[in-house]
Each structure stands twice: as C-alpha cells, then as structure tokens.
Design a binder for this molecule. Structure first.
Ligand code: G3P
Length: 218
C-alpha cells in the first residue's frame, strides 16, 4: 500500500518526506484554503512547491469548475505545471465525462468525493488513475467507510479495473491499518495519523530499559 499525505502544508509534507515513506500528496480546496493561499498564481506556485518536495510521487491538484469545459480547461493548466500532477475531479456527471476526456488525452486523474461502489465503478470505467472513497465522512453518517474499501477491492480485483483505490478522509492510525487489511492501493493520511503508527507503550518502556542497562557497560 502506498502512503500519500493529505495536506497542503509544506512543513508537514517535508516531514513525511524526510521519514522516507512518502509516495505522494493529495490536496483539496479546503486544505489549500487552510494554508491561507490566495489567488490563482499563488495556488499554482504552491502546487509546484509541493512537486519540488516530493519529486518522485504523484501530487493531486483539484479543479474547482463543475462544468465539462471548465474542468478540462482547469485540468490542462494543472497538468502542465509538473509531470507528477494528477488532476483531481469531483464525482459528478461532467466530472465523469472529463475523466474520460483526460484519460483519452494522456492526463491522469483522481476521482474525488466517492461514497459508493456505483460511483467508483463509473470512475473506473472512465479510466481514473485513482479513485478516492472518503472513509471518515462515510463513518460520520453512521455507515461503515471501511466496508466500502472491502467492497471496492472485491469489485476491482474481480473486474480487473486498473484504477487504484485511494482511501481518503483518514481520521486515525487504525484507519490506515484497516485500509492495509482491506487491500487499498493507497492511503492518503494526515501527518498525525502516519506518526501515530510509530506509537506503542511497550516500545517506550522497552527502550527506556535498554538505555538504562546500556549505562552499565558504558
Ligand atoms: O482526501 C480527502 C480528505 O481531505 C477529506 O478528509 O477529514 O475532510 O473528511 P476530511
């Protein structure tokens, strides 16, 4: 399973990259706004800055148009910024049409805001490189987000769909472990959830003891 970081914060991206386990980055308009980035040029520069930190992984950059022509125009500009940019397109009717157009024209896409198997099947048929089911937001509604990952894994493997299942809206470290069990191809996570994987009290206790004992033969 590939690890992406789900943020537009450059310091967090750098920290995850320095850990040596980062395979890519996903952003969205809310995450960009959180960083206080304002204006078209600043947004474009920010994507390039991210690409310059994570030089060997895919970077998802999201369109904000909702009509076919607008999505295509915006997506072309985003894709031209860097070879690693993947155009993130919402799961709407014009979005599906646009994903097919991008696929036919050699531009890779990430279909976002996916909440059902039906939506994922449409995105896969249109040729999306990545499909992003939002686990945490499904959980928020009282349904089981992880069940969706299991269902997509079964369908995609059975049908031979090439799209990668990119588990998004990750809220904690256990989500990451469960995604690995469920066979997600990619998990995009906040930095805290990634770093949470490091933690175990027995590791801390064991290390303290080792360091104490090491003093005996120093
Ligand atoms: O990748 C999508 C993700 O950013 C959404 O997460 O926590 O806003 O549901 P969240």
């Amino acid at each position: 399973m590939k690890f992406f970081i789900d943020t537009a914060n450059l310091a967090q991206i750098q920290e995850a990259h320095d850990l040596g386990i980062l395979d890519g980055v996903t952003t969205n308009p809310s995450l960009m706004a959180k960083e206080g980035i304002k204006g078209h040029d600043a947004v474009m520069k920010h994507y390039v800055d991210i690409c310059n930190i994570v030089t060997n992984g895919d970077i998802s950059a999201e369109v904000v148009s909702t009509d076919f022509d607008g999505i295509i125009a915006e997506g072309k500009k985003l894709a031209a910024l860097h070879k690693n940019i993947v155009v993130k397109v919402p799961m709407i009717k014009d979005g599906v049409k646009a994903i097919k157009w991008f696929t036919d024209n050699g531009i890779r896409t990430n279909c976002t805001l996916v909440f059902s198997a039906g939506q994922a099947i449409l995105a896969a048929k249109a040729g999306a490189a990545y499909i992003s089911p939002f686990i945490g937001r499904v959980d928020d509604t009282g349904w089981d987000g992880m069940e969706l990952i299991h269902q997509l894994r079964q369908i995609f493997t059975m049908q031979g769909f090439k799209s990668e299942i990119l588990a998004a809206s990750i809220r904690n470290s256990m989500h990451i472990i469960k995604c690995a069990e469920a066979g997600a191809d990619v998990c995009t996570c906040p930095l805290d959830s990634i770093l949470g994987l490091l933690k175990h009290p027995l590791t801390d206790i064991g290390l303290a003891k080792f360091l104490e004992d090491a003093k005996k033969f120093a």
